[in-house]
Write a protein that binds this ligand. Structure first.
Ligand SMILES: Nc1ncnc2c1ncn2[C@@H]1O[C@H](COP(=O)(O)OP(=O)(O)OP(=O)(O)O)[C@@H](O)[C@H]1O
Ligand SMILES: [Mg+2]
Length: 323
């Protein structure tokens, strides 16, 4: 199983992804909208599409009816956030950015956690040798120079342990919470979507991303402690809104849901009643496929195209990328 950039799509998989009939594919091919090539798999020779061809298809579809405007996500700069650890932020960030790039968006992923889990989830294993947002915010490295490509239309600002030391020097910088958004301003035009994974704390670095974001995606595991922590998360966000005189759009994504567990059902019910406006319709089920994708450092689509997790990520992407 290769990494995300080597992903290929069989005709059936592409039809499923594009929500079209298999029969339409030869027409798309004849019209030059997609290209297929043959790839040997065992004894058979299968027709497949590569990532770039799939991206071109979706890009062409996004052009408005009159050919004059592109249908792009309403929220261009997004972050996955929770002061509580282990709720699934890095997993969902990685799956979301891979999905968005499959859909032909030009995506920048930013790892704002010294643990570097987004970096690893995107199969970048030499993160310790890469520049990070530390170099940008503290040593004035142009953001452009901290960006690497991980796949066609998917770029990354990697993270490594050195990023854990950013809080004190960042605290001493003038306009500390604005530095990240000012850096992003300079490169924003190169992307359709910018998504950050954050560290599990009420840190200045996370505060900087709250200042820069159009949408905050709070990942809440459907367990009692995660639910309990939600009031702190919402209070942190409200504090930032007052301090920086911004109104932030917040979505809450219920994660690790297990419909066989009463406790999961109860927490989901509480989340929906207390934060009715904010909860996404999509609930991410607990699934072995997501763990497997983390292990393989690949997209969940590559693990099991027709599995529950691939379908959950697809619905999540539909919601978070709405124009
Ligand atoms: N829906 C899910 N089903 C099964 N496993 C999941 C799911 N979501 C996340 N996981 C697993 O839970 C673990 C923790 O997830 P992850 O690292 O994404 O959390 P996090 O919020 O980023 O943690 P941290 O706060 O330390 O950054 C990972 O092993 C991941 O594979
Ligand atoms: Mg994480």
């Amino acid at each position: 199983m290769g990494s995300f950039q080597d992903i290929t799509f069989s005709i059936a998989e592409f039809a499923h992804l594009a929500r079209i009939e298999k029969g339409e594919i030869s027409k798309l091919e004849a019209a030059g909208i997609i290209d297929t090539f043959r790839r040997k798999q065992g004894n058979s020779d299968r027709k497949v599409l590569n990532l770039e061809s799939v991206q071109r298809y979706f890009e062409a579809k996004r052009i408005g009816r009159h050919g004059d405007q592109l249908l792009l996500p309403k929220h261009k700069v997004q972050m996955f956030y929770n002061v509580k650890g282990g709720t699934g932020k890095s997993t969902l960030t990685a799956q979301f950015v891979m999905k968005a790039s499959m859909l032909g968006l030009r995506v920048l992923a930013i790892d704002l956690d010294g643990q570097g889990h987004l970096t690893v989830n995107l199969d970048v294993l030499d993160g310790h040798e890469r520049p990070t947002i530390y170099d940008v915010l503290i040593n004035d490295l142009p953001l452009q120079d901290a960006i690497m490509q991980v796949a066609p239309k998917l770029d990354l600002v990697a993270a490594n342990l050195g990023l854990c030391n950013i809080e004190i020097p960042l605290n001493n910088k003038p306009r500390r919470e604005y530095r990240l958004s000012e850096a992003l301003e300079k490169i924003k035009h190169n992307y359709d979507l910018i998504v950050a994974d954050t560290n599990p704390a009420a840190s200045i670095l996370n505060g900087s991303m709250l200042v820069a974001s159009d949408l905050v995606n709070v990942v809440c595991a459907t367990n009692p402690l995660s639910f309990h922590g939600m009031s702190l998360v919402m209070a942190t966000i409200e504090h930032m809104e007052r301090e920086f005189k911004r109104s932030l759009e917040v979505k809450i994504i219920p994660n690790m849901y297990d419909n066989r567990e009463v406790i999961s059902q109860e927490v989901l019910g509480e989340l929906r009643s207390q934060f009715e406006e904010n909860c996404t319709k999509t609930v991410i089920n607990r699934s072995a496929d997501l763990n497997e994708a983390t292990k393989r450092r690949s997209s969940v689509w590559q693990v099991n195209t027709r599995g529950v997790a691939a379908s959950d990520i697809r619905h999540l992407a539909d919601e978070l990328l709405a124009p």
